[in-house]
Design a protein around this ligand. Sequence first.
Ligand SMILES: NC(=O)c1ccc[n+]([C@@H]2O[C@H](COP(=O)([O-])OP(=O)(O)OC[C@H]3O[C@@H](n4cnc5c(N)ncnc54)[C@H](O)[C@@H]3O)[C@@H](O)[C@H]2O)c1
Length: 253
Amino acid sequence: MKKLENRTVFITGGLSGIGKACAIAAAKEGANLAIADLKSDDVTAAMDEIKKENPKAIFIECDVSVFAQTQAAIEKTISTFGSLDVALNDAGIGGKPNKIGDMTEKDWTDVIGINLTGVFNCMKHELTQMAKQKKGVIINISSILGKVGFATSAHYVAAKHGVIGLTETAALEYATEGIRVNAICPGFIDTPLLTKGHINSHADVKKHIIDLHPMKRLGKAQEIANAFIFLACDETAFMSGSSIVIDGGYLAQ
Ligand SMILES: NC(=O)c1ccc[n+]([C@@H]2O[C@H](COP(=O)([O-])OP(=O)(O)OC[C@H]3O[C@@H](n4cnc5c(N)ncnc54)[C@H](O)[C@@H]3O)[C@@H](O)[C@H]2O)c1
């Protein structure tokens, strides 16, 4: 028996990196998938990869920082598949690095708008639907930087700490309504986000980041997808308000 057979799984940022690995893992477990992401040249190739595992998958163009677009994306998911069983709020950006004194207002609001307000926008509509169903699971992607600081990333760190706060508060508010809300806190994972952040393209920067992890390697998107499936399925029915850390020992130091 597949773990997510016929369940509807909504994933933001599902065209790339961690979100795509989670989408493929959920499709392998029999889920119907709604992938909400920005429109890009990657849509067809990524959706083909996901549909190879389960053809019941749709792409919904959605900027999570825009409230009305997240509402429309959830409505489209429900009108297509009839329910919303699992939501993975994964869409995010790294943002432009700078010390706080040198950070522009735009650099701050861009990251907060996507990485924090984007998660609120999605959760608001997901929870409204799940409360009607009296059933549902939400998984938010935070970070090790939701637990500790990181110089030159105040916007990202603040947003990821906020995601843990949103996760714990929603877990309390909906605990008796059949809804579980948990977060995953990855260490540095080898995805296009690191390439966009010029980490993968500079050997010295990459080595420095790798060396921050006691295991002396980057994580793999599949290692986060394994935790996503664990949290999404009924085996974790008593888990809510938790943040699972998957970081090669980063936070143990
Ligand atoms: N890669 C890491 O080291 C790492 C570590 C900890 C946490 N995370 C978090 O994991 C999540 C996924 O990151 P990733 O590494 O897979 O990155 P990625 O760049 O590979 O994927 C991010 C996805 O989010 C989408 N996205 C960006 N802005 C969006 C918006 N406004 N609306 C909708 N979709 C949007 C992108 O189009 C892309 O498909 C992010 O929240 C990130 O902060 C990543």
